[in-house]
Design a protein around this ligand. Structure first.
Ligand code: HEM
Length: 397
């Protein structure tokens, strides 16, 4: 366990999970009381497993006969009553309610606003000549965008970071359960108050739309509504913070690639795709449950067992990517799995891509001499096992 999620592995997950892909492919591990399998296999087999009906997202569809898992009840149970914790037909019903808001065409309409937020964040630090890239740029950009989509008042946005960090820290260190539960309770109370406000004062935002859908029929329960808003807030920022932080760090560590980007703005889009592949901002899929016994790579995953697939192992498979350990921002064929695949493929991918392109493009255009401020300082990774992101990154320009 210590090696699977250590700071050293987070420094270079591609080599670590690449090695598991070449050797064991299947590892049984635990975080506190939670026991689970990690599958780190080839690109082709990862895709097959992502579509395998024996691996389900809804725990209720995998009546456990395997190892007993702690039944995180109360607030944590609520967090899985959304599309990521369900299978069809519930998954289809929940995803359909919001999918229109996230199509590439709808997201493209946000371009001017995303550019404006980016410019304002960079204006605010321009004169001081240095910033914490995470706190001053990578966090506020995506949280502002998703909050505006959901109609969340701007003053409240800073709070999500602490709640999210406490919630996710508890996944890495189960002894922090009390803090995790408290954060979950506070988060849920906040979402319920937000829903109350939208009921009283409907506005032109996604939360008001969902409230309206709920009032007009029985296609959404109150718990599903709370769980959906939670997933959109969490999925809408934590992941993109990691893309921006890891992406900027990686470009600074590969100055020849950065120069290429600065001299050819045309490579911006392929550069963001390569950073998604190479920096593993979301290193694993969400939880899958085995619906039946699954013999795999000489072992047996038991019915009811928990499984997670390593996306970065697939994304460094030499059968799929030429020279996979090399960062190549001009890579022309790059069907990476950073957003997963199958019915749970990331709903927010068009938004994440647009934010990544605008943020990274504008940052290096405006601050062409941006560099790491403390090159000697070891990197400090979030202690969150499934996402890979920096806690801070001091840069100067
Ligand atoms: C699902 C990655 C940004 C919302 C996923 C999954 C991955 C992922 C890997 C699938 C997990 C699985 O198969 O179990 C990322 C990355 C992002 C990002 C790398 C940024 C760089 C976003 C954004 C949103 C979002 C901006 C906006 C709301 C979602 C939702 C799901 C999801 C709602 C669940 C989809 C479903 O179950 O049908 N994401 N994501 N993500 N993502 Fe993202």
């Amino acid at each position: 366990v210590s090696e699977l999620f250590s700071q050293q592995t987070l420094n270079d997950p591609l080599s670590f999970y690449g090695r598991i892909r070449e050797q064991e492919k299947l590892v049984y591990t635990n975080l506190g009381d939670v026991r689970f399998w990690i599958i780190a296999t080839s690109y082709a087999e990862t895709i097959e497993l992502l579509k395998d009906p024996r691996l389900v997202c809804d725990r209720r569809n995998a009546s456990a006969q395997g190892v007993e898992q702690p039944a995180y009840g109360g607030p944590l149970a609520l967090f899985s009553q959304n599309m990521l914790g369900t299978d069809p037909p519930d998954h289809t019903r929940l995803r359909t309610l919001v999918s229109k808001a996230f199509t590439p065409r709808m997201i493209e309409r946000l371009r001017p606003r995303i550019q404006q937020i980016t410019d304002e964040l960079l204006d605010a630090v321009q004169d001081q000549g240095h910033m914490d890239l995470i706190a001053d740029f990578a966090y506020p950009l995506p949280i502002t965008v998703i909050s505006e989509m959901l109609g969340i008042p701007s003053a409240d946005r800073q709070r999500f970071r602490t709640w999210t960090q406490d919630l996710l820290a508890f996944l890495a260190a189960p002894e922090k359960m009390a803090e995790g539960m408290a954060a979950a309770e506070t988060f849920i109370a906040y979402i319920k108050a937000l829903l109350g406000d939208k009921r009283a004062h409907p506005a032109n935002d996604l939360t008001s739309d969902l409230v309206r859908v709920k009032e007009q029929g029985d296609s959404l329960s109150e718990q599903e509504l709370v769980s959906m808003i939670f997933l959109l807030i969490l999925g809408g920022h934590e992941t993109t913070v990691n893309l921006l932080g890891n992406g900027v760090l990686t470009l600074l560590q590969h100055p020849e690639q950065l120069r290429l980007l600065q001299h050819n703005p045309d490579v911006l889009n392929p550069a963001v795709e390569e950073l998604l592949r190479y920096t593993a901002p979301v290193s694993f899929t969400g939880t899958r449950w085995a619906r039946e016994d699954i013999p795999l790579y000489g072992q047996v995953i038991r019915q009811g067992d928990v499984v997670r697939l390593s996306l970065c192992a697939a994304d460094t498979d030499p059968q799929q990517f030429t020279d996979p350990q090399t960062l190549d921002i001009t890579r022309s064929v790059n069907r990476h799995l950073a957003f997963s695949k199958g019915i749970h493929v990331c709903l927010g991918a068009p938004l994440a891509r647009l934010e990544g392109q605008i943020a990274i493009g504008t940052l290096f255009q405006r601050f062409p001499h941006l560099h790491l401020a403390n090159e000697q300082e070891p990197l400090s990774w979030n202690p969150v096992p499934y996402l890979r992101g920096l806690q801070r990154l001091a840069v100067a320009f």
